[in-house]
Design a protein around this ligand. Sequence first.
Ligand SMILES: Nc1ncnc2c1ncn2[C@@H]1O[C@H](COP(=O)(O)OP(=O)(O)OP(=O)(O)O)[C@@H](O)[C@H]1O
Length: 399
Amino acid sequence: MTERPLAEPSAGAAAAAALDCRVSDRDVELRFSVSAGRRLAIVGPNGAGKTTAADLLAGHLRPDAGAVHLHGQLVSSPGLHVPAHRRRVVSLEQRPALLPHLTALHNVAYGPRSRGVRRRPALDRARTELEAVGCGDLADRRPHELSGGQAQRVALARALAVDPELVLLDEPLAALDVEVAPGIRRLLADRLTGRTVVMVTHDPLDLWALADDVVVVSGGRAVQSGTVEGVLTRPGSDFAARLAGVSLLEGTVVDDDEVHTPGGDTVTGHRPGARYEDVSGAEPGEVSDWAPGTRAIATIDPRAVAVHAAYGPADEAGAGSPADGVVPRSLSSPRNAWPARVVELAPAGALTRVTAELRDGQRVDAEVTSRSAAELALAPGVDVTLVVKAAQVALYPRS
Ligand SMILES: Nc1ncnc2c1ncn2[C@@H]1O[C@H](COP(=O)(O)OP(=O)(O)OP(=O)(O)O)[C@@H](O)[C@H]1O
């Protein structure tokens, strides 16, 4: 992704917001864009570069190479910088930044006023925006008289009162109580649909509820992007897989429906959308993304994984231990049986999430009943066999 030279200042002109730039002292080099009216979520591990991206769009940070465009206009490059207050970009932070000495109404009216709107129409607009977030009756309160959820509603009204071209959200629900967050999430979904939004989030719920598209960043680089559904059904990294709530295994294609992990386990699955012609049907010279030896990933829903006590040595029926690469006949229907060692247990009421490590260190989660976790005496360090039906394993070429 870093091969291509960084953007000429004219690039990115078509998107509502386009970032193609480098911040060298942070080792961040990001390239992504969002179309007008779309809501893009930036996700990634700590230190990946999410806040840096938001700061570049807001104008709080300047790139030392490349360019930032907003609605086709160059707003940042090494030689030019439109300051934050001259961009039509508003930010909604974890903790609402309301002016403490102003009432809710005047906080909301402040933006239009400072952009030259006369007092009366600015106050009218502020009332309309407060009504729209369900806070019409709080107009005369000052910020310290508002609850966290109410303050976040007022902050949203304040952000939207200036008709922003881009709304930046930085974990807007993270500081709210769990009882309050769903209502604010619904409000954001309602008020932000159809606007151009870039949001930083760690919460998969925010992705489904608030975003159309997602870009996954890691180590200062955009490593995957697409629609939320596309990325979460086909995660390209462990991080994205965790967001999607599935496990991800990497391996090498050996057959139409079979992948081998580096540890020697066979992963049998199905390929959503594939026509199963690649391995045997590719013409000579044709490049297939699913051919023996190419890299592949498998995604597995933890609810589809059964945890068995580790298989013993070969039994009378001639079946052997999966440690030897042999699956017992009695379990040949599920197809996948991988020896693994439990590394973590997370009980949550009647269900327990078991994280187990395959022989090559790749991890698979299983969701089992807490009763069976107790019966199997599962604990970190215990050897088990993970059993999954092939129909529950999705195989994809590694992009
Ligand atoms: N003010 C700064 N000066 C120098 N380096 C910084 C500064 N802020 C962040 N960095 C570095 O830049 C990189 C990207 O950080 P950034 O804050 O953008 O990550 P993030 O994805 O937002 O992380 P988090 O999820 O922890 O908030 C990290 O290596 C970080 O240490």
